[in-house]
Design a protein around this ligand. Structure first.
Ligand SMILES: [Zn+2]
Length: 255
């Protein structure tokens, strides 16, 4: 029998131990990875992870396929950490309108490369996620940096990363009725879409930072899940005790 993320979300929403047990084993490593990547100086703080886990993310989550769930989980983790203690304000600010105007000459792929910079990814990671060489990704980043530099009074090489959390929040607030569901992006990522479907998707996303951010986050999810390994059982048990999750009642064994 296959236990799906739909069932896991339903079980967690109803506070059934089966759901939480599955979540801890399979997705706690993913939560840790997001913490390590986005908050490297805070990731070692064990109590932060506990606080993040205690904010009940499942109440606001609809049952969804695994990758869509993980993309939402990422948003939840970032929000919870920011709510716990907000990141420092950037020394040099760039808003999404300025970024949009500066990067107007770029293609969709080039914009995706630039956006991964706001998500703290190095050119090598960006290259892996977009299936291009790190050198190509680096060249595009340099071009984007020049365009941005030309549109700001003050500039530093980390300006996109420094503004990452604020740009991410701004992008996520920009959704329109034409914005695409996660499935449309996964169809492209998995090669299930037609040439025409892909063309239409790209046309919209090139001009929509909400979808561009969404697309990048889904590519990130694919990458994170590929590298993720289940939590060892002893650790999973320790987290269950910590969160007060009882062992599932296996009543069907006592027939
Ligand atoms: Zn959109």
């Amino acid at each position: 029998m296959i236990y799906t993320s739909y069932e896991m979300i339903q079980d967690c929403r109803a506070n059934r131990p089966e759901g939480w047990s599955y979540f801890l084993t399979n997705y706690l490593p993913v939560v840790r990875q997001f913490l390590k990547h986005y908050f490297p100086d805070r990731a070692a703080d064990q109590s932060l992870l506990e606080r993040v886990l205690r904010v009940n993310l499942f109440q606001s989550l609809d049952p969804a396929p695994e990758r869509t769930f993980v993309a939402e989980l990422r948003q939840h983790v970032l929000r919870a950490v920011e709510a716990d203690r907000a990141s420092a304000a950037p020394e040099i600010s760039i808003d999404i309108e300025t970024l949009d105007a500066a990067l107007e000459p770029l293609t969709l792929t080039e914009k995706l490369v630039a956006w991964f910079d706001t998500m703290y990814y190095a050119a090598s990671d960006t290259g892996r996620m977009l299936r291009m060489s790190p050198q190509t990704a680096e060249k595009i980043r340099a071009r984007a940096a020049e365009l941005i530099r030309g549109s700001l009074d003050a500039w530093r090489s980390s300006v996109l990363a420094d503004n990452g959390p604020l740009l991410g929040q701004a992008a996520s607030a920009l959704s329109t009725k034409d914005c695409l569901p996660a499935k449309a992006f996964f169809d492209v990522i998995d090669g299930r879409t037609t040439w025409r479907g892909r063309e239409e998707m790209e046309q919209h996303v090139k001009g929509c930072w909400h979808c561009l951010d969404h697309y990048c986050r889904l590519l990130e999810v694919v990458d994170v899940l590929r590298a993720s390994k289940p939590l060892p059982e002893a650790e999973a048990e320790a987290y269950k005790r910590l969160l007060g999750i009882e062992a599932p009642k296996r009543s069907f064994w006592k027939r």
